[in-house]
Design a protein around this ligand. Structure first.
Ligand SMILES: Cc1cc2nc3c(=O)[nH]c(=O)nc-3n(C[C@H](O)[C@H](O)[C@H](O)COP(=O)(O)OP(=O)(O)OC[C@H]3O[C@@H](n4cnc5c(N)ncnc54)[C@H](O)[C@@H]3O)c2cc1C
Length: 416
């Protein structure tokens, strides 16, 4: 069913009785050409582009819970391409370009909102770092603008500009950045993949990966063995556990990241703001809640919930940046499990097992990457060759030393 203003009016006038389900609920078949493990944004986008761009539609996406139950439905929805290093900028900018046409492409309202992303700076050194980042972006054709204190004040007058420790000096803004409704992105890709013949199999956990003579032949699941010529892993925070089923030890640690939402408010902040003095960022959802988050919890865990010291840390960041927040009530908070790579950049690559492909290491920035990740992973699986935009995201870079250390922290995932 194609969505349009006409289908909306027709269904409204007929009592909403003729909407069809957004996707089917098929039983797993015995064999597929490609099985994608993980029904988050990346797995679903991969299946969508495999079918749409490469004509490969004998595909199953196998998800242990419901679609979007992982980080795809738990993130703070920020999209941007304000990266510094050559390995990253073209990839994230391609993602931004895909975001810009996504809703028309998959005929679904993902509420993509280019409301801008503003990174504040609080010292001369930090300003210089942002000037460098902005120049790198512009050299790659990405929009970036340095704002002074008054220009920031015009956008967000309620911030604490004269904080005695962290006075706001200005900011780097990417106006094409912004937010997208995370679960609508999942549903849009799911619907687009399903309508092209992809089987989306929920409540089906992969429990083993079978290979013969160095070549993958399928996956063991809670609903039986599924044979496949190719298997793509897109399980985010579970990457190291699932890859271990094939005997692979990945340069990935899993950490918890929390997010927070307040009670609904009238429109208050019309952009995304990040605090430069601690890891704190905030935006407002279209429903009115302020959505914010901060650092990782700082210990390894697969539990999708966070701990209280980090709640306190995030609230400290909030109060230092925007003291008025102290009067607003937090309604909900939750955690997701992040696949933290050793240089903070992702992996989209073949593995030593023929026919087994890996998509992971997204850290806490993989939502914005969803379209390009799916696009490049589909290209890799279909052609057995990396897409040029993802050519740097090799698994062997941790052995060869060709790291993409965007944040300059080295092999310390909790600091990325
Ligand atoms: C609190 C929080 C805030 C964030 N904020 C942002 C942000 O603002 N911007 C941004 O760009 N990124 C953000 N991220 C990161 C982003 O959400 C992730 O990097 C991205 O969603 C990961 O890709 P995915 O969507 O495919 O992962 P997921 O949605 O986690 O998909 C992986 C799926 O694999 C399934 N799975 C795991 N094991 C198995 C198995 N054995 N068998 C079958 N299925 C399995 C899981 O159930 C899950 O559904 C945030 C993350 C969190 C938690």
């Amino acid at each position: 069913m194609r969505y349009s203003v006409f289908s909306l009016v027709a269904n409204a006038l007929s009592g909403d009785r003729f909407w069809t389900p957004v996707w089917r609920e098929p039983a797993p078949k015995a064999a597929y050409e490609v099985v994608i493990v993980g029904g988050g944004g990346h797995g679903l986008a991969t299946a969508y582009y495999l079918a749409k761009e490469h004509g490969v539609n004998n595909v199953a996406v196998v998800e242990k819970s419901y679609l979007g139950s992982g980080n795809a439905g738990r993130n703070t929805t920020i999209i941007r391409s304000n990266y510094l290093l050559p390995g990253n900028i073209p990839f994230y900018e391609w993602s931004m370009k895909l975001w810009e046409g996504l809703e028309q492409d998959f005929n679904y309202n993902a509420m993509v909102s280019q409301r801008g992303v503003l990174n504040l700076f609080h010292s001369d050194a930090q300003r210089d770092a942002y000037v460098r980042r902005g120049n790198a972006m512009r050299l790659h054709g990405v929009d970036a603008e340095l704002l002074d204190r008054d220009q920031v004040r015009a956008i967000a007058p309620f911030l604490d500009f004269d904080n005695s420790r962290f006075p706001i000096q200005g900011g780097l803004v990417q106006r094409r950045g912004g937010t997208a409704r995370h679960d609508a992105v999942v549903w849009g890709y799911a619907r687009g993949a399903d309508s092209r013949g992809v089987d989306l199999i929920q409540n089906c956990e992969v429990t083993g990966i079978r290979a013969e003579s160095g070549r993958v032949i399928g996956v063991e699941t809670s609903r039986g063995f599924i044979r496949a010529k190719k298997v793509g892993l897109a399980v985010a925070g579970h990457s190291s556990r699932v890859a271990a089923m094939a005997g692979l030890r990945l340069p990935i640690e899993t950490h918890v990241l929390q997010a927070f939402v307040t009670e609904g408010l009238k429109p208050l902040i019309n952009t995304v703001v990040t605090f430069g003095a601690s890891h704190f960022y905030i935006s407002q959802s279209d429903k009115g809640g302020l959505v914010f988050g901060g650092d990782l919890d700082g210990y390894n865990s697969y539990a999708q919930r966070g701990n209280l010291p980090l709640v306190e840390d995030v609230m400290e960041g909030a109060m230092a940046l925007w003291p008025g927040l102290g009067r607003i009530r937090v309604l909900r908070h939750w955690g997701g499990v992040m696949d933290m790579s050793m240089d903070g950049s992702p992996i989209i690559d073949r593995t030593p097992i023929e026919g087994l492909y890996l998509n992971g290491g997204w850290c806490y920035g993989g939502f914005k990457a969803t379209p390009a990740s799916g696009w490049c992973f589909a290209h890799l699986i279909a052609n057995n060759e990396p897409h040029p935009f993802a050519a740097a995201y090799r698994l062997d870079r941790f052995a060869t030393g060709h790291l993409i250390d965007e944040s300059g922290h080295g092999a310390q995932p909790n600091l990325h």
